[in-house]
Design a protein around this ligand. Structure first.
Ligand SMILES: Cc1cc2nc3c(=O)[nH]c(=O)nc-3n(C[C@H](O)[C@H](O)[C@H](O)COP(=O)(O)OP(=O)(O)OC[C@H]3O[C@@H](n4cnc5c(N)ncnc54)[C@H](O)[C@@H]3O)c2cc1C
Length: 385
């Protein structure tokens, strides 16, 4: 077992660290979070210029000989130091949805979507969750009915459709066979420019964190899609969705690791110079132990994240490993955000310390992409329970 990052992963991490320092200083990130605005697209286009949208895409689009999940995780860990939220704006396209198009899409769909994603020109959105189906996502009820001319008519409602207003593409999961067992009657569709389609009514949902990544309720009223909007096979859309969810869970774990490490580094630096009772707070045993416990969680989560990456690299898929990574990373992030804020005292409670942003953002990772209980159920099934 080799626990050391490769020279390539080190280079990615170093480049990303410099990128984040230059392009995403604390005051800018806090401003985006406070104003609840998406960062400018140029930020993401600079990531595109570095090739950082291509980690999981085929050579024809990425230029990589083979997909590079470990490089992707090295990038995420560093990028999430600046903002876990903004990492999701990148990841929804780079990790979840563009690889789905690459795997299941037609040549025309790939040529439409992947070059634009590679350039960091577009966000992508996923329409899976509904008012009546969240953790039990396959029970979705939005319908797609095929007309005689082969076109599809979509009706229904999606919840928490993040960035759908500004997205270049929406991938929508809809029920195409109401008689089939629930996972078997679902089809995925590709919808360009969803934010400007009059048949899709969007209502912003105010959230406690994730300010730079707005989320919406999307109401579909007789939206007509051409026959070639189908991704993969009709009624086989659940297979497409599942691969995307596994990727999401793995990189959410890496987000948790990177953001937690940033918290620990900041808290440690502060406590080393914050003198109370005649010595730095970092010299108090109960304080030191809290920091050590945070670092222990990070180390353990990091191993699970890279183990997931290694399985993905070797086999092209990871399922249980992704859930392990997600639980460890997300719970570590929530723990570090809570403890880190506490250890900074009154300063931790100020917006400028960055801790309230972490505190608010961290909770999302214990819910979104499958709550912790859902991940534990997946792991339990893997254990044969
Ligand atoms: C900010 C944000 C952004 C999001 N972005 C998107 C997006 O872009 N696209 C998209 O499709 N979805 C998105 N989601 C939806 C997200 O994936 C769901 O919220 C998540 O899967 C949980 O579903 P739910 O909210 O319906 O919770 P529910 O399914 O109602 O579950 C509520 C709680 O019940 C418990 N629970 C659920 N199932 C079990 C179980 N089997 N065993 C034990 N306990 C259980 C858990 O504690 C869970 O938190 C987003 C959500 C948020 C908050």
């Amino acid at each position: 077992m080799d626990f050391d990052p490769s020279p390539e992963q080190r280079a990615i991490a170093e480049t990303t660290r410099r990128f984040v320092e230059k392009e995403m200083p604390r005051h800018k990130v806090l401003q985006w979070a406070r104003d609840k605005v998406e960062p400018p697209q140029e930020l993401f286009m600079k990531l595109g210029a570095l090739g950082y949208y291509g980690f999981l895409l085929p050579e024809a689009y990425s230029g990589l000989e083979k997909p590079d999940p470990m490089g992707m995780l090295a990038f995420v860990e560093q990028f999430a130091r600046a903002s876990s939220a903004i990492t999701t704006a990148w990841g929804r396209a780079a990790v979840i949805l563009a690889p789905l198009v690459a795997r299941f899409g037609t040549q025309a769909q790939k040529d439409l979507v992947l070059p634009r994603v590679m350039r960091g020109e577009v966000f992508m959105a996923l329409g899976l969750t509904e008012p009546g189906s969240g953790s039990d996502a396959a029970s979705l009820r939005t319908t797609a009915v095929r007309r005689d001319d082969g076109h599809w008519v979509i009706n229904g409602e999606k919840l928490y459709c993040s960035q759908v207003k500004s997205a270049g593409f929406l991938i929508l999961a809809a029920r195409t066979d109401p008689q089939a067992v629930k996972q078997e009657g679902i089809t995925t569709f590709l919808i360009p420019d969803p934010g400007s389609d009059p048949a899709i009514k969007l209502t912003r949902i105010e959230t406690m964190g994730l300010g730079p990544v707005p989320t919406f309720a999307a109401h579909f009223d007789e939206l007509v899609l051409p026959p070639d909007a189908v991704i993969g096979q009709v009624n086989k859309g659940w297979q497409c969705v599942l691969g995307g969810l596994d990727n999401e869970r793995l990189y959410h774990g890496a987000i948790g690791v990177g953001a937690s490490q940033a918290i620990i580094d900041e808290v440690s630096a502060y406590l080393k110079q914050r003198v109370q009772f005649g010595k730095p707070l970092s010299k108090l045993q109960s304080v030191r132990h809290k920091i050590v416990d945070m670092q222990l969680r990070v180390e353990a989560a990091r191993l699970l994240v890279y183990r997931g990456g290694s399985v993905l690299e070797k086999t092209g898929a990871c399922h249980n490993e992704a859930s392990f990574a997600k639980v460890a990373g997300a719970e570590c992030y929530m723990h570090c955000a809570t403890t880190g804020l506490h250890l900074l005292g009154g300063y931790g409670y100020t917006v400028d310390s960055g801790m309230p942003m972490h505190f608010q953002d961290a909770k999302l990772f214990e819910i979104g992409g499958g709550a912790m209980e859902v991940q534990r159920d997946i792991i339990a099934r893997g254990l044969g329970l």
